[in-house]
Write a protein that binds this ligand. Structure first.
Ligand code: ZN
Length: 265
């Protein structure tokens, strides 16, 4: 008798080995769900996605759990969580922050308080842990990501990294996601997938296919990741930049529209 769950997972592993191939989004069964642990909103300097647009996009793409990880900010994540708790009880938002340390970027998940940029990596990790949060290493193996955590620091702190992003939709080559996966296997860290969405349409492009459960605590998330498989579709960096420019232009047009309206009222 074929084990249907195993077949889906094997297929996804194979896809991941090839650099991960996007599924149609219909493989989620009622007892499975999709988790994306990396995305940006208008609270990031390089993104204009409004908070209110995120829950409908999650529903559209089947993402049930979304971590909001703005650059050096948790305001958007807190606002998104309040919105979801009030109006979309079927979804879960994880409050995160992509913190720029002196030695590169680290993501904290399940944060209660903002962590300032510019601390050392070790101090930043201590502050994430001090709040009971989890430490995630985003796009740590792409040498073209200027802000990635420095490899020597990564190796020094490897025992303090809970989760390694082994699929990031915006790395410049598939092989750098594969390098992250090998490293995670060796270090025994949990593996995650992140759209690293900087536009609304990028949400839904990468996720961990995991057993269905509510995600309220770090322990819940680790349990889900343990039974999960990272999948996604890499976005060509040029295309991703075009989307961002398009969104930025649209945002600027909206601002000018509002200014004109105010001027004539
Ligand atoms: Zn990011």
């Amino acid at each position: 008798m074929p084990d249907p769950e195993k077949t889906v997972r094997d297929e996804q592993r194979e896809a991941q080995d090839k650099g991960a191939v996007m599924k149609d989004g219909d493989e989620s069964t009622p007892n499975r769900m999709k988790i994306d642990l990396h995305c940006h909103t208008q609270y990031s300097w390089d993104c204009v996605t409004p908070i209110e647009a995120i829950p409908p996009r999650m529903i559209e793409t089947g993402i049930r759990v979304q971590a909001i990880t703005d650059h050096n900010n948790i305001e958007g994540a807190l606002a998104a969580r309040r919105l979801v708790q009030k109006e979309y009880p079927q979804l879960d938002i994880i409050v995160g922050e992509e913190v720029l340390t002196d030695e590169g970027e680290i993501i904290g998940l399940f944060l209660k308080e903002h962590i300032p940029r510019g601390l050392s990596a070790i101090e930043t990790i201590a502050r994430i842990r001090g709040q009971g949060g989890l430490v995630l290493l985003p796009h740590g193996f792409d040498p073209l990501k200027k802000l990635r955590l420095r490899p020597d620091v990564r190796n020094e702190l490897r025992n303090q990294i809970d989760i390694i992003e082994t699929f990031n939709a915006r790395v410049n080559r598939d092989k750098w996601n594969q390098a992250a996966a090998h490293y995670a296997e060796e270090s025994g860290a949990y593996q995650s997938s992140g759209s690293d969405a900087h536009t609304l349409r990028d949400i839904g492009g990468a996720w961990v296919e995991a057993p269905y459960m509510r995600i309220d605590t770090p322990a819940d998330l680790l349990k889900a990741l343990e039974g999960g498989v990272p999948v996604g579709k890499r976005v060509h960096p040029g295309i991703s930049l075009l989307y961002r420019l398009f969104d930025a232009a649209r945002g600027q047009l909206r601002r000018w529209g509002r200014q004109l309206q105010r001027a004539f009222n």
